[in-house]
Ligand binder design. Structure first.
Ligand SMILES: [Cu+2]
Length: 488
């Protein structure tokens, strides 16, 4: 070997070692935790319930003014945030099956165009609030629809093409609670803000002066991960509980972070509902994994005078140890302290039967479609094109959609307008907590999900979206469009 070849080989080896050292340093510093660091000093904010005007035709007109504001997210600092009818977050909307709802959404964000999407809602495509329903600055958008689905915890958030991660991160997120006659008869905690508590979880990175940090590390396979947790916009929160049982409506409103949620002392809770509605019967659990956009309604039992912490444990993302670290798989966070009063009002036990969900009937499916989530920004190798319709679904059809995560990165799948049943996930039948009505499902790397989907029967020129709900992936094009239309 000549001298120059030896020098070249040595140089390559040194460069490789230096690169490995940098990667290891990045990897070592990427794990985040606040466990044991919080004092739970702040009373949890409860988003106000919106009070709609009833118009002459009986529609519930919810006025929503999208606006910029400032919030004291961390003590002594000021953060520019976005909200509806306030500086951050948005009011909780509440309606019942059969109601006609007609939000009046005014874009007061200044120079920014945005949209407002009603996640999990069955509605006409032109009311969906996806990227086709842009609201220009100063304009008011007035979709309307009749609520035609079971009681559920839905939510709403911006969905502008390529900018959803940023708009959600800035704080434009609200809960949309649906009731139905069946749910109202159940003895579940349902006094909003008293024993029925919204728990909207977001992570953020903040600079010392409180300004939002939008930067991502050099390795961010799933998107921006924050090291500060906010519940309903409150940092370091606690909530006073006055009854023996409390229902928490958990919403993962983060763009990329997964939460594996349980009680810090290991006690179990009853899972009563998931994305699309109540389960047929409660499921006793100690942890529930929520990928971005997923919801869970849980009921927690408390003894008088005790304090128990709601915690997110290290989520199993089923990816390799290297990528997992950069996707938050080694992160844990205290979320919220539940403080029980010295005397608690009695509460009935969780009913053994909840909703009539029934068994999924795969034989009702008229066709099967297959999708592969590939890389970090494509479905079936194609990036989202707003001028391309990827699928046409006959009105009222029931179909099986098989979705494969063909990458090494965690992904999820969320079709608009529908709820689905999981027929199979990662090679087996769904576990009980995934056997209810869903609208978003985590598909681990290399795994597949078979979904039984009942589509709506309202035809339209406008498409609905289906996409990964890790918002960085959605923004990069891991999204397609389907139209509900007679074929041919
Ligand atoms: Cu994804």
């Amino acid at each position: 070997m000549s001298r120059w070849v030896k020098i070249a080989a040595l140089t390559v080896a040194l460069a490789g070692a230096a690169f490995a050292a940098v990667l290891f340093a990045l990897w070592s510093s990427a794990a985040e935790s606040n466990v044991g660091e919080l004092e739970f000093a702040n009373e949890l904010a409860i988003p106000p319930l919106a009070e709609p005007e009833l118009d002459s035709e009986g529609r519930m007109a919810f006025a929503l003014e999208l606006q910029r504001g400032t919030s004291e997210l961390l003590p002594g600092t000021t953060t520019e945030t976005w909200g509806a009818n306030g500086p951050q977050l948005a009011p909780t909307l509440r309606a019942s099956r059969g109601d006609l709802v007609a939000p009046e959404v005014t874009n007061g964000l200044g120079s920014e165009t945005t949209t407002l999407h009603w996640h999990g809602m069955r509605l006409p495509a032109e009311a969906d609030g996806g990227p086709h329903q842009a609201i220009a600055p100063g304009e008011t958008w007035t979709p309307q629809w009749e609520v035609d689905q079971p009681a559920a915890t839905l939510w709403y958030h911006p969905h502008p093409h390529g900018e959803t991660e940023e708009h959600v991160y800035r704080g434009l997120v609200g809960m949309f609670i649906l009731d139905d006659p069946e749910s109202r008869r159940l003895a579940l905690p349902d006094d909003y803000g008293i024993d029925d508590i919204p728990v909207i979880i977001q992570d953020r990175k903040l600079d010392d002066d409180g300004s939002l940090d939008f930067s991502k590390g050099p390795i961010s396979p799933t998107g921006l991960l924050g090291d500060e947790i906010f519940v309903n916009g409150t940092h370091d929160p606690h909530v006073e509980v006055t009854r023996e049982r409390v229902r928490l409506r958990l919403l993962n409103a983060s763009g990329a972070r997964f939460y594996d949620i349980g009680l810090a002392d290991g006690r179990s809770f009853e899972l009563v509902g998931t994305d699309g509605g109540l389960l047929s019967s409660p499921v006793t659990m100690e942890r529930i994994l929520l990928s971005p956009a997923e919801r869970a309604e849980i009921v927690v039992d408390l003894d008088p005078g005790e304090e128990v912490v709601l915690r997110s444990f290290e989520p199993d993302l089923a990816t390799n140890v290297f990528e997992g670290r950069f996707a938050g798989a080694d992160d844990s966070f205290d979320l919220l302290e539940l403080r029980a009063a010295a005397e608690l009002d009695p509460a009935p036990p969780v009913p053994a039967r909840l909703a009539s969900v029934g068994e999924p009937d795969a034989s009702a499916a008229s066709q099967t479609r297959s999708f592969t989530l590939s890389g970090q920004g494509a479905i079936d190798g194609r990036s989202m094109d707003i001028d391309r319709i990827d699928q046409v679904v006959p009105p009222g059809a029931t179909e099986i959609w098989e979705v494969e995560n063909g990458s090494g990165t965690p992904h999820s799948f969320h079709p608009h307008d529908v709820r689905f049943r999981i027929l199979e996930i990662a090679g087996g039948p769904p576990p009980p907590h995934l056997d209810g009505l869903k609208d978003t499902v985590f598909i681990p790397p290399g795994e597949s999900a078979r979904l039984l989907i009942e589509f709506g029967d309202q035809t339209s020129e406008h498409p609905y979206m289906y996409h990964c709900h890790l918002l960085q992936h959605e923004d990069r094009g891991m999204m397609g469009q389907f139209r509900v239309s007679p074929i041919g």
